[in-house]
Design a protein around this ligand. Structure first.
Ligand code: PSU
Ligand code: MN
Length: 290
């Protein structure tokens, strides 16, 4: 079910930015996630686009939510990848979309731009377990520009880059030659293409889609950068020791980092999510004007 405002914008070709709800439910300690969701929506509106925050409520996949509805995405919400959307809706559970879940919904609604923190990818230790985020495969079938600060920092970044190349996913470095490492703007592998402005991002997306291509990544370095590599390694050891697996790993690691960095990762995380929502909106606006 698409909110009227979002549907009108999509039908008239006006800029729309899809936003996920996993960040709201699981990316921050409650109730901070709701404030991040609201701030992201405000950033999207401030540059002239319509936000389409997406999740499952009351048995329906909902695109475009009110603030009161955002508040329902608490820690008990299910985390929804592409495989989970339909089952969650039919079960009547509250479900928060990941990037992969959001891309799946975007494909059927015509949303072409989304903003997030960092996408999922190849987890460290692959192939044991063979944990590759469904975010990557969803990019193959959804013609959407995903604006992010690279991939989640707890992943195997070089392996994730290789995988993205195999899948044919373009990665545009926004005013950067290297992939941002989520919390950190330096130290990542080189990106295949650097661009300097949002019009170029929109033109590349248009050309890629005319070729029959699908998802693209727009990698935006965080304004504030911190190095938490040591804490990430500690968090992963701790997660393993406690038997935290699969979909639960990211929320566990994020909570660990937030706590052990004295809240600094929270601040950086919040800021980059809102910045990425704004940049996604700027690209959507540029695309609508091509
Ligand atoms: N990045 C964050 N926090 C998050 C996520 C990414 O800083 O919570 C979420 C996004 O919703 C992303 C998902 O789509 O993690 C990927 O999870 P997994 O690796 O389990 O597929
Ligand atoms: Mn996974």
């Amino acid at each position: 079910m698409v909110a009227d405002e979002v549907r009108d914008a999509l039908e008239s070709g006006a800029p729309v930015v899809g936003l996920e709800t996993t960040l709201i439910a699981h990316g921050f300690p409650a109730p901070d996630g709701v404030a991040v969701g609201v701030a992201s929506e405000e950033a999207v509106r401030a540059v002239g686009a319509i936000p389409a925050t997406t999740g499952v409520l009351d048995g329906r996949i909902r695109v475009g939510l009110t603030e009161l509805e955002l508040e329902r995405f608490g820690p008990n919400a299910r985390k929804l990848g592409p495989r989970d959307l339909a089952a969650c809706a039919v079960a009547g559970d509250v479900g928060a979309t990941t990037v992969g879940g959001l891309l799946t919904v975007a494909r059927s609604t015509g949303i072409a731009f989304i903003g997030t923190g960092g996408i999922g990818g190849v987890h460290r230790g692959y192939p044991s377990p063979p944990d590759v985020s469904a975010d990557l495969l969803a990019l193959v079938t959804s013609p959407v520009v995903v604006t992010c600060s690279g991939a989640k920092s707890l992943l195997d970044i070089p392996a994730t880059m290789e995988y993205l190349e195999s899948l044919g996913i373009p990665i545009l470095g926004f005013c950067t030659d290297t992939l941002p490492l989520f919390y950190s703007d330096t130290g990542g592998p080189p990106v295949p293409q650097r661009i300097e402005d949002t019009v170029t991002a929109a033109r590349i997306a248009q050309a890629h889609w005319r070729l029959g291509g699908c998802g693209l990544l727009l990698a935006n370095p965080p304004r504030e950068s911190i190095d938490v590599e040591e804490l990430i390694e500690e968090a992963l050891v701790e997660a393993h020791a406690r038997g935290v697996r699969g979909q639960q790993v990211t929320p566990f690691v994020l909570a660990f980092l937030h706590e052990r960095s004295g809240g600094r990762t929270l601040e950086v995380n919040r800021r980059l999510i809102v910045d990425n929502a704004r940049l996604a909106a700027e690209v959507a606006v540029a695309f609508a004007a091509l």
